[in-house]
Structures are given as structure tokens and as C-alpha cells.
Design a protein around this ligand. Structure first.
Ligand SMILES: Cc1cc2nc3c(=O)[nH]c(=O)nc-3n(C[C@H](O)[C@H](O)[C@H](O)COP(=O)(O)OP(=O)(O)OC[C@H]3O[C@@H](n4cnc5c(N)ncnc54)[C@H](O)[C@@H]3O)c2cc1C
Length: 459
């Protein structure tokens, strides 16, 4: 692991200012909404009504929902259903796969996050029965609720790529930092990719011809957008320091026409990526087949296919909602968002069932799947749950905030924060400039803030 923990006083002061800014901005985001909508209060007062509130899923969004619902409804009986004893800080996978973060920095006991008076059923949800206000569970049978909050995250679909399955990761040059198990709280993909990166570092020194390294993005919505690109630019920088830029050739394969789905950030990133002579971007292509034995990837664009030989390949898997959501009455029935949970993207309330809310990766938003999005959604949820229990109109609306921090080189991060329409920076600094400060924020401050503030509904 690199010893880069030293942080000078100037950086530390900046970071503290940044931290307070982050918390302040979240509150600001919520209060602004009420002002914009002409509301008289800064937030909806808590509802003191009794209600049975069930939360399905205990990852980032579920735990945030528990903390915020506890405040929104102090007299409610809140039950959270989730099997995982260990909670995994998923953004850590990027640093872990480059040997820059330890496993122990990425995990905490799930029990340590529970607010007072929230009952934890440590088991799986197996189905929904929204017509009868009941949720089905593995061990406790059917549980009734007055309000249901769904925060089940998303599932990977490595098998959608011909010749590929998750057991191949870590073998034959196949990397994927995404492979993890949020139920077990493990991050195998980061471990296995990190081990292959060690091999890559050795190969680059001895290689007689440039190593061909592919990074492939899927054509589905993804969580942690920008992670594949970040890993590529981080590896590139670290490998170049070992072997020089003539020894590696990276190809970034994306089905999109852009690197990031916000045009200003896309423009800024495009300019940075162009400066790396050893990087080629293949837009409008996606990985459709892997021949692991021959180390060949089939890339498809419309009805055209090309084959590309590789030494190493990183795969961001296609993603979808878990089957129990996809096959339920809660899912979008058709169109590009088919299978994801069908909520109003502003109020987070289900479009057909008024007493059901959703947040986090499970909901039907094509771009905003991040912990940062779940954080902003949690603020909206708190107010809307209180309003819903009182039978009031839901006044607080989610603006689509998301964050996609992109590592542009070792020690440099571009903090891309945006919403449906425009950039939405938290800090008063030019957001298009990659900064060492954001590297520190992502690598050191955020893991701490995530476990101590965000997961307690305090930012
Ligand atoms: C490699 C990577 C990098 C990332 N980088 C960033 C980043 O830099 N910034 C950022 O903001 N976000 C990042 N993210 C995304 C972020 O981690 C997720 O968006 C966030 O965790 C979503 O929270 P969630 O609660 O919706 O899903 P999860 O946190 O995945 O939680 C889902 C929960 O549902 C539970 N569950 C599953 N099935 C069942 C069931 N049947 N019954 C009950 N419970 C069940 C699981 O145990 C888990 O607790 C990254 C993600 C990855 C993988």
C-alpha cells in the first residue's frame, strides 16, 4: 500500500471546510426546495402519528432511510429487513483495487448504524403484496405495513455478456471491481482486480510489446458512474510510472456518445483523456462476448462487430433491479426503465401505490445511481414521509442530484456533481478542474464521513 497519508496543514484546513460545506450543502438542498416551492417551513414537522413502517434493504439507502424516518415519525414502529451483518463501503473498491485502501477500511458492522427503536429483521425479503399492504419474508412470513420504503439496491448481470460469468473474474486477465456481495459485505472484485494489477505492474516492466488493456462499460444504468474510467486513468498513471507510456495501450469502450452524462463535465473530461497518447475511446460500442481462453473481446455497435485481443480487460457489468423487484407490481412494466422500481422521480413515491416509497439504486432513474444520490433522496424522503403520514401534499422534491467522482491521475479527482439539467457543485471551486483536494476527500474524508455522518442521516 502506498504511504500517502501525509497531509499538510493547508490541505487539512481545506478539507475541513469542504466537509462542513458538504453537510451544509445537503441541508441547503432541502431547505431551498421549500423556499422555491413557496413553503412556509424549512421542513415538514415530524408526524407524531403511529404507523407501521417497513424498510426493505439495509445498504446505503436503507440505513439512511431508517435514520431519517426515525426523525420524521418518532412514534412509528419501524422495521428494517436486510440480511447483511456487514456493511460494505462500495466506493472503496476503486482504491482497494489499486492497493490504496485496506479491506478493514471498507467495512463496518451493520448493527452499529441502527438508530434507537428500529427493529432489524436479519433476513431476506422474498416478495411484495402491495394490494394487501404486506411484504413477504424468508423467515417471518407476511408482514403488514402502513408505509413501505424499498431500498434493495441493484443486481449484476455478468451473464448477459456471452462467455462471461462472475467466477471468471481474477482469471485470464479479467478484472471487475464491481463484483461484490452486499448481502455478505464482501468485495471480491476489488481483491481479485488488485491481484491482477500487481501482475500487470510486473508485466509492463518485462513486456516486449505494449500491453493491451480494455475497459468496457455496459448499456444499462450503472451505479458508481465513472468508476471504470477512474480505474483506467489511475492504472494508466501508475503503470506509466513503472514502464513508460509506450508499454501500455488502453481502450475505453462505452455504448454512449459521451464519457459522462453531463455535457460540461463530459467536455472537460474529454479534453483530459485526449492528452493521454496511450488511450483510445471507442464510443457507441459495447462488450457482447468474451473468449477468455483466446483473450479476445467482441465489441458490438449496431449490427457491426469487431474482435479485439487483450492482455487484460476490466468489465463493468450490466445492471438491473433484483428479480423480486423486476417481477413485482412495483416495477416499471415497459420501456428503457423496465424492471426498475416505478417511483415519481421527484417525490420518490410509487406511481401506483401511495404508501410505498423508494430510494437508492433500485429506483427507475437512468443516471443517478450513487451514494450521493441516496443521500439527497434521504432528505426528501424524511419530509415526504412526515407529510404522507399527516395526509399532506408532498412538497419536497428530489432534483436528481448525483455524483460521479472521476480520478484523472494518481492524486487527482474531478468531482462531477450534477442533476437532471445542469452541474450542481457543492463547493465554491471550479468543478471542472481535477484537484488533489478531491482526491483527499474521496480517499480519506468520505469513508469517514460516510460511516459517521451519512449513514446516520446527519449529512
Ligand atoms: C465500484 C463502485 C464504486 C462506487 N463509487 C461511488 C462513489 O464514488 N460515490 C457514490 O456516491 N457512490 C458510489 N458507488 C455507488 C454506491 O455505493 C451505491 O449507489 C449505493 O451503495 C446505493 O445504495 P443502495 O442502498 O441503493 O444499495 P446497496 O448499498 O447496494 O444496498 C442494497 C441492500 O439491499 C440488501 N438486500 C439485497 N437483497 C435483499 C433482499 N432480498 N431482502 C432484503 N435485503 C436485501 C443488501 O443486503 C444491501 O444491504 C459506487 C459503487 C461501486 C460498486
Amino acid at each position: 500500500m502506498r504511504k500517502d497519508r501525509k497531509i499538510d496543514r493547508r490541505e487539512a484546513l481545506k478539507l475541513m471546510a469542504a466537509g462542513s460545506g458538504l453537510a451544509a450543502s445537503s441541508l441547503h438542498a432541502a431547505t431551498n426546495k421549500s423556499e422555491l416551492k413557496g413553503g412556509a417551513h424549512l421542513s415538514h414537522p415530524a408526524s407524531h402519528k403511529y404507523a407501521r413502517i417497513v424498510i426493505a434493504g439495509g445498504g446505503t439507502a436503507g440505513i439512511i432511510a431508517a435514520a431519517r424516518t426515525r426523525r420524521a415519525a418518532p412514534n412509528a414502529e419501524i422495521t428494517l429487513i436486510s440480511p447483511n451483518t456487514t456493511h460494505l463501503y462500495q466506493p472503496g473498491a476503486l482504491f482497494r483495487a489499486a492497493g490504496l485502501m485496506s479491506q478493514s477500511e471498507m467495512v463496518r458492522e451493520t448493527a452499529s448504524f441502527f438508530p434507537d427503536n428500529v427493529t432489524w429483521l436479519q433476513e431476506k425479503v422474498t416478495g411484495f403484496d402491495p394490494e394487501h399492504n404486506r411484504i413477504e419474508t424468508e423467515k417471518s412470513g407476511k408482514l403488514p405495513y402502513d408505509v413501505l420504503i424499498v431500498a434493495l439496491g441493484c443486481a449484476y448481470d455478468y451473464g448477459a455478456i456471452e462467455g462471461m460469468d462472475s467466477s471468471m473474474i481474477g482469471k485470464e486477465g479479467i478484472l471487475s471491481i464491481y463484483l461484490n456481495d452486499t448481502v455478505k459485505g464482501t468485495a471480491e472484485g476489488a481483491e481479485l482486480s488488485g491481484a491482477l494489477f500487481e501482475k500487470m505492474k510486473a508485466d509492463v516492466v518485462t513486456a516486449s510489446k505494449p500491453l493491451e488493456i480494455l475497459f468496457c462499460e455496459p448499456d444499462t444504468p450503472v451505479k458508481g458512474k465513472g468508476s471504470g474510467l477512474s480505474l483506467m486513468l489511475l492504472y494508466l498513471d501508475m503503470l506509466q510510472k513503472k514502464g513508460g507510456d509506450k508499454k501500455v495501450r488502453f481502450t475505453y469502450v462505452t455504448p454512449d456518445e459521451v464519457l459522462l452524462d453531463e455535457k460540461m463535465f463530459n467536455h472537460a473530461l474529454g479534453k483530459i483523456v485526449k492528452k493521454y497518447p496511450s488511450v483510445e475511446v471507442l464510443y457507441r460500442h459495447r462488450l457482447t462476448k468474451v473468449d477468455a481462453a483466446a483473450k479476445k473481446a467482441t465489441l458490438t455497435s449496431g449490427d457491426q462487430t469487431i474482435e479485439k485481443a487483450y492482455d487484460y480487460i476490466h468489465i463493468t457489468p450490466p445492471m438491473q433491479a433484483h428479480r423480486l423487484v423486476r417481477e413485482s407490481a412495483l416495477a416499471v412494466g415497459d420501456g428503457p426503465q423496465k424492471g426498475w422500481m416505478d417511483v415519481d422521480p421527484k417525490t420518490l413515491r410509487h406511481r401506483s401505490y401511495e404508501n410505498i416509497f423508494g430510494l437508492g439504486d433500485v429506483i427507475a432513474l437512468d443516471y443517478a445511481k450513487s451514494g450521493g444520490a441516496a443521500q439527497h433522496q434521504g432528505i426528501i424522503l424524511q419530509d415526504n414521509i412526515a407529510a404522507a403520514l399527516e395526509g399532506d401534499r408532498l412538497r419536497y422534491t428530489y432534483d436528481g442530484y448525483t455524483v460521479a467522482p472521476v480520478v484523472t491521475a494518481y492524486g487527482k479527482v474531478m468531482l462531477a456533481e450534477y442533476n437532471r439539467e445542469k452541474v450542481q457543485p457543492t463547493f465554491f471551486l471550479d468543478p471542472y478542474t481535477p484537484r488533489k483536494l478531491w482526491w483527499w476527500l474521496q480517499r480519506y474524508f468520505m469513508p469517514w464521513a460516510y460511516f459517521n455522518l451519512l449513514m446516520r442521516g446527519m449529512m
